[in-house]
Write a protein that binds this ligand. Structure first.
Ligand code: CA
Length: 229
């Protein structure tokens, strides 16, 4: 049974979500502030954390960063918040969240996103092919480490997933919609530039300062990962 930690300071919202998730068969613990969220997290084993951002004591962003620092337990993190600007979303994903849903939300959509996050986790855990590479770039999916020309590259969880998707689809043009769907699980055009923002983050880490570029822009279409030649 999947264990979920729900962090939400509004009691009526928390009980509504908990009730719905209980009915779906998830085991849900609720924290109503940032400090008790981290305490509960340390004491339990959670597959998924649903995080509000504006909370007493500690923000959801801080909680997310703290959870991501503890690499051994790696739950999926879904931010569920009223803060809905592109900047909010980029900030949330950049702090280590896997997905971001804004309030008000449809409960069916929340459930679908939870299922997708848990599915991806299971898929990664059981995947047999755990080394992806192109030229002198290697991604080890067991240890979640990336190397370029033998140098370790530190990636956030979103950058990691983006790189993984590029590597699995190398020499294919990937549109922004394709990347949104497969890296962020977002199935509609949010009208944000989140893809371009993250592709740039990733380029700065894996291409900048190295001899050959691996991520190329295909004007009007998207991006492609390939060797120069
Ligand atoms: Ca709140």
């Amino acid at each position: 049974m999947d264990q979920i930690l729900l962090v939400e300071d509004e009691p009526s919202v928390a009980s509504f979500i908990k009730k719905g998730l209980d009915e779906e068969g998830y085991r849900v613990s609720v924290a109503y502030d940032g400090a008790s969220a981290l305490q509960l997290f340390d004491q339990g084993h959670y597959d998924l954390v649903i995080l509000d951002i504006i909370l007493p004591h500690k923000s959801g962003i801080e909680i997310c960063r703290s959870i991501r620092k503890q690499a051994s337990a790696a739950p999926s993190i879904l931010m569920l918040t009223a803060l809905g600007t592109t900047e909010n979303i980029v900030n949330g994903l950049d702090s280590g969240a896997d997905d971001y849903l804004t309030k008000p939300f449809k409960f069916k959509e929340l459930l679908a996103r939870i299922r997708a996050l848990l599915r991806r986790k299971t898929f990664l855990a059981h995947s047999a092919d755990n080394l992806l590479e192109i030229a002198d770039l290697k991604l080890d999916r067991n240890t979640k480490t990336a190397l370029r020309a033998g140098m370790e590259i530190k990636l956030t969880s979103t950058e990691y997933r983006l790189l993984e998707y590029f590597l699995k689809n190398q020499r294919k043009v990937l549109s922004r919609i394709d990347l949104l769907e497969n890296v962020w699980d977002i199935n509609f055009d949010m009208g944000t530039n989140v893809v371009d923002v993250y592709v740039n983050y990733l380029r700065n880490k894996i291409d900048k300062g190295f001899g050959s570029k691996l991520i190329h822009t295909v004007i009007g279409m998207g991006y492609i990962m390939k060797t120069d030649s």
